[in-house]
Ligand binder design. Structure first.
Ligand code: 5GP
Length: 350
């Protein structure tokens, strides 16, 4: 046994120091970025925020609205090839086709790609450290040499490098920070998300790879901190939950409206997709009722407004320069508990 005593930080442990800036208005800030990738030969221009590939948020309705704002959606892996075929080209160009690591997942991915030319693939398993996952990434790269492959999840530099060298373009970073994730309490495993992003981004950028910060953002300021820490993309579940574009019906409890939002390893998800929770594993996710928030456009504008404003505070005229312009200061306050965050904190466990 070893103990590492370096301090590892979460979003709530830091703030961003304002700096002298020549920018006069938020409208001078460009959030769109041009991307070229390490392996896949598609290029992409847009705002690098992704709705999570969860049943609730990874829907084609979400993708339609997010694509209008030039954001991306990771469609959940249960979407059938026929559903993909019904989507407009612009929606497909702003979507990830998701898959796990089984051979059925690969077969389905091939069937989807036969029907549509989707540029992005999202490969994720809860534990990106398992040896067979790197081999799986290699197999997917061989099968789809042109595609932009995102793979994860990991939280350390050495595994970021291994997955990039196995053929991934973007590494998904985050173990345990998710709003409906219970990995940290069930297993004791995890890594504070801000430090994970900083360390993985450093490793990835050295190889010309990219990272996607996945999980733990509860307010627009957290999304800012994720990009400021070096993330190239940010994936959001809870912040996009409870909207009209999410799956599930609106339910009413004591006069308040909600939509059901559950972790993809929760008992609810396992019952839905596999009929049961296998005996050898415990669920590592929970279910909540997310307050119903209507169309997602307003939430998008709130997040983008926060990002533009942060860029003006530190003098970054483009999102891609935010990290270079950032100095974090450590704080002792639990920021998100003081500044009543968006809806995630108001979710009721049921
Ligand atoms: P959020 O933005 O809600 O904080 O985090 C979203 C991320 O949580 C997802 O993209 C995914 O990586 C992770 N996640 C989703 N469902 C589960 C789950 O049931 N268990 C765990 N451990 N993580 C989950």
């Amino acid at each position: 046994m070893r103990i590492e005593s370096d301090i590892k930080l979460d979003f709530k442990d830091v703030l961003i120091r304002p700096k002298r800036s020549t920018l006069r208005s938020r409208s001078e800030v460009a959030l769109e970025r041009n991307f070229k990738f390490m392996h896949g030969n598609h290029t992409w221009r847009g705002i690098p925020i992704i709705a999570a590939n969860m049943d609730h948020t990874g829907t084609f309705n979400m993708a339609k609205t997010l694509a209008e704002h030039k954001l991306l959606t990771a469609i959940d892996k249960f979407a059938e090839p026929e559903e993909w075929q019904k989507q407009k080209k612009d929606v497909i160009q702003h979507s990830f086709a998701s898959a796990g690591s089984s051979s059925e997942d690969l077969t389905k991915l091939k069937a989807i790609m036969k029907k549509v030319n989707c540029p992005f693939i999202c490969l994720d398993i809860a534990n990106g450290y398992s040896e067979h996952f790197a081999d799986h990434v290699k197999r997917i790269r061989d099968a789809f040499p042109e595609k932009i492959i995102m793979a994860g999840n990991v939280v350390t530099g050495e595994m970021t490098e291994q997955l990039l060298l196995s053929g991934a373009d973007i590494i998904k970073v985050g173990i345990g920070p998710g709003s409906v994730c219970t990995t940290r309490v069930k297993t004791g495993v995890g890594y504070p998300q801000l430090s994970a992003i900083i360390e993985c981004a450093d490793a990835a950028h050295g190889l010309k790879g990219h990272v996607c910060a996945d999980g733990g953002c509860t307010v627009p300021g957290d999304v800012v901190k994720a990009f400021a820490a070096g993330a190239d993309f940010a994936m959001l579940g809870g912040m996009f939950a409870g909207h009209k574009e999410c799956s599930g019906d609106v339910i009413e409890i004591d006069g308040e409206k909600y939509k059901r939002f559950y972790g993809m390893s929760s008992a609810e998800a396992m019952h839905r997709h596999h009929g049961e929770v296998a005996e050898y594993r415990s669920s590592e996710g929970k279910s909540v009722n997310a307050p119903y928030r209507g169309p997602v456009s307003e939430t998008i504008l709130d997040i983008l407004g926060g990002l533009r404003s942060a860029c003006t505070y530190v003098g970054a005229n483009e999102l891609k320069y935010l990290s270079k312009c950032t100095t974090f200061i450590r704080v002792t306050q639990q920021l998100n508990e003081i500044y009543t965050p968006l809806q995630v904190s108001k979710m009721h466990d049921r």
